[in-house]
Design a protein. Structure first.
Length: 534
């Protein structure tokens, strides 16, 4: 299981997660500004700017001095102590750095070339290295003193989403213990003029899925996630990625590629469409993109709560994936957050998207799983599913705090016995917690496993029955009261709702405290209702 231990972001909504959430709820982007700077000739357009002074890059890293890299440092200023403490837990050669970008230092290069052509004073701080697409990862790795794998992905608007997927794969493969993933894109004349030449730039603020949509609003931003197998309250539950190569710049009309990516993400996470509480759409506000993505999402989900937040951040291009993934992390961590309506006026919704589930009123989301889509040139598509690390069981699991690993054959959980009053109810007259509760911990871990694999029922799992414990050994005379215990269960055999497991409980030092073979039965809903109807 891949956990998200840290997340941060800067964009037109704000320079910290609390500011971003507040401005999101207020439907207000302080950095969304009108300007004539980028297109010249008094051509006004709106752009999503990161406001305020950015961190200065020290002289020892001056070859990496670009606004792109300063945006990454700005993102890391949020909860920086937690970030540095987290990274320091891992060996320097076991931490990967994977960034996504499409601009890197291209605007600094543009200004330098213009100065040379115009025979003006060239910028004294220009560094050619910084415009190379690999520079963001190379810079961040050097800045943090790391020596693990470091590379940058540039697949246009899926760049930073693919960096997240690549980081997860490095951890899964054993090539890294942790991965710093994300990316940055700064405002630059090259992409702005490029999108203008394609006639998909809007001069007004973009209006995704509106009947009046007229193209994208370009923004800048950066963000970072730290991934590892260290348990956390957020999980990268699944992902899908496709490359349908339908057209060099236009998406498949029915969104075939992004639909396949969403299906892959759901399959990896072992979820049904009804498990997804919200889909953050790529939603660029171009006619073709919104039409294709809307068709794919409606075909797969029917009506699902969904919206595009690019109306507030702008399209941050290579940073779009991390901008929206970090936002979903924040929504999962702060479920009271109100998402704004997709439309300023409900009457402007394009009727072609009726029944899609687009947010038409300010909405507070409820659910454990959220999806984020990104679509890029060349038919390049990604879909991420992020989740809070919840325990899928209807009744309280007093002994289980975290689900750290799970698949069809096994599960691993943790119990923090140090938490106040955790085991107070079970102490005997001498204040000792009997060792038999170690067996109950194994049984509850099986309950977590059963709940996780009852998703096909579209509801939480009910209580199961412990039928027998065979060959049990309790290797301590009491349950430790001041340790975080690891509970492991491995399936031996299963016949429908009846199953046997090997179970064990380990101390913080990895010593086995108890083990045994546990047989359990999970009643069907009909059986459960009959048993407990009175």
């Amino acid at each position: 299981m891949i956990f998200i231990n840290y997340y941060s972001s800067v964009n037109a909504l704000g320079n910290s997660i609390p500011d971003i959430l507040k401005n999101l709820s207020d439907n207000h982007a302080p950095g969304m500004k009108e300007s004539t700077h980028w297109l010249g000739s008094n051509k006004n357009a709106f752009y999503g700017n990161v406001l305020g002074e950015l961190p200065v890059i020290a002289d020892e890293f001056k070859r990496h001095n670009s606004r792109n890299n300063r945006l990454i440092l700005a993102a890391l200023q949020h909860n920086s102590d937690k970030f540095h403490s987290l990274v320091s837990k891992f060996s320097k050669n076991r931490v990967a750095v994977i960034m996504g970008t499409s601009t890197s230092g291209s605007n600094e290069a543009n200004e330098y070339v213009n100065a040379v052509i115009s025979k003006l004073q060239t910028p004294s701080d220009f560094q050619g290295w910084a415009q190379e697409l690999g520079d963001p990862s190379r810079f961040l790795s050097a800045y943090l003193g790391l020596s693990g794998p470091a590379y940058t992905i540039s697949t246009a608007c899926t760049s930073s989403a693919r960096s997240i997927i690549s980081g997860a794969r490095l951890i899964q493969s054993g090539m890294a213990d942790a991965a710093i993933v994300g990316g940055a894109d700064s405002l630059a004349k090259l992409p702005i003029h490029g999108f203008t030449s394609l006639e998909v730039m809007s001069r007004q603020k973009c209006r995704p899925f509106s009947s009046k949509r007229a193209g994208i609003t370009i923004g800048e931003g950066a963000g970072v996630l730290v991934l590892s197998k260290e348990p956390s309250n957020l999980v990268l539950a699944g992902w899908g990625e496709t490359s349908d190569a339908y057209h060099i710049s236009s998406p498949h009309p029915q969104g075939a590629g992004i639909e396949t990516a969403m299906r892959e993400a759901l399959a990896m996470a072992r979820l049904q469409t009804s498990d997804i509480a919200y889909v953050n759409l790529h939603g660029t506000a171009t006619r073709l993109n919104d039409s294709a993505e809307g068709a794919a999402v409606r075909n797969l989900f029917g009506s699902v709560p969904c919206s595009s937040t690019k109306k507030l951040t702008g399209h941050t291009l290579g940073a779009a994936g991390i901008t929206e993934a970090a936002l979903i992390c924040a929504l999962l961590d702060n479920p009271q957050t109100v998402l704004p309506s997709q439309f300023e006026d409900q009457s402007e919704m394009d009727e072609a998207f009726s029944g899609l589930g687009l947010l038409q009123n300010p909405t507070t989301l409820r659910g454990h799983y959220m999806m984020s889509n990104n679509i890029a040139f060349g038919g390049n598509n990604t879909s991420l599913i992020l989740a809070d690390n919840w325990l899928p069981h209807r009744l309280p699991m007093r002994f289980i705090d975290e689900l750290t690993e799970i698949d069809e054959e096994h599960a691993e959980c943790r119990c923090d016995c140090k938490k106040a009053d955790r085991l107070e109810l079970f102490k005997d007259e001498n204040g000792i917690i009997p060792n038999v509760f170690l067996i109950e911990m194994m049984a509850q871990a099986i309950g977590v496993w059963a709940g996780y694999y009852r998703k096909d029922d579209m509801e939480l799992s009910d209580v199961g029955f412990l039928l027998s414990v065979r060959g049990a050994e309790l290797l301590v005379n009491k349950t430790p009261a001041n340790e975080v215990l690891t509970i492991k269960i491995q399936k031996i055999i299963q016949d429908k709702n009846l199953a046997s497991f090997d179970g064990s409980v380990l101390s913080e030092k990895g010593e086995t405290l108890a083990h045994g073979k546990i047989t359990v039965y999970q009643p069907t809903k009909i059986e459960y209702d009959k048993l407990f109807s009175n």
